[in-house]
Write a protein that binds this ligand. Sequence first.
Ligand SMILES: [Zn+2]
Ligand SMILES: [Zn+2]
Ligand SMILES: [Zn+2]
Length: 325
Amino acid sequence: MELRKDPITRSWVIVGDETEKPAHAGYCPFCPGSPQAPQTIATMNAGAGAVSAMVHPSPLYRIEGEPSRRSEGVYDAMNMVGAHEVLVQSVRHDIELWQSSDAEISQFLLLAAQRIQDLKHDLRFKYVTFFKNYGAPAGQDFSHPVSEITATTFVPRRVLYELRASRDYYLEKERCVFCDTLNQEMRENLRIVETFGGYVALCPFAARVPYEIWVMPRRHESSFERSVTSRPAHLAELSALIRRTLQRVMSIGEAFHMVLHTVPNTYQKSNILQYWKTVDEDYHWHFEILPILAAKAKPYFLKEVYYTPVSSELAAERLRKLAVR
Ligand SMILES: [Zn+2]
Ligand SMILES: [Zn+2]
Ligand SMILES: [Zn+2]
């Protein structure tokens, strides 16, 4: 497998001939005492509430080596160098994030932030993030409650679009486009699902799927990992909002994608991408949660125009009314 760049859209794509992945012989690799446990990288809060980061049993990216960016005529390619870790959210096989206590979710978010910061010290990596795929339609890989971290030698396409757009907006207005959007949303109060302390959950104006929700800090912060590790006192509020938001998501569907969008690795100053000069002022971290509703799904891949048959206003209204604890 290798990374190839589409010369027209400039998106990096993973291309290659996949080899069969080894089957797990009946054991959950992430339950305590598993004979097939992968290598542990970090653990927090030992005991019943432990969360840990482990090497992914079949990683997409390999930590060793250099990206060896190369040209093949007009084309660009590079090796699949990066990090791919599994964040084990709980030692319990049957407790998901939205069933956990705020203290457990806080531990998990803190570990995620620490892993992102740690991986950013590796200057080969331009972008580090974590995501969760829940449910078979979302491509969930393991039955144990986990999330995944990836560190890549490129910035993924959507984040790059966001970074470029945020920088352009800032150069014109000297304001953060996310803060401006958030201020208008708070005034209008049409698409807000819930505010909790310093955080807000809302349905974006141009949602890509029904009930799409973003969770973000109300004050301007560019880096999730820096904010979480420097001000852990605010974690309980963020944890409660994530727990309550996922409870809402799970009462309208059975599967979702959740991804963190945060600043790229600014230790790695890219002169070509130019995003790093004002990134702390213009970019604003957020989680994007995309529920998968089988009945509402329409294929996106050829038309490349999203179709959302439930308006963000109606989605927010319905989500607000759902009972959460
Ligand atoms: Zn397990
Ligand atoms: Zn902002
Ligand atoms: Zn985003």
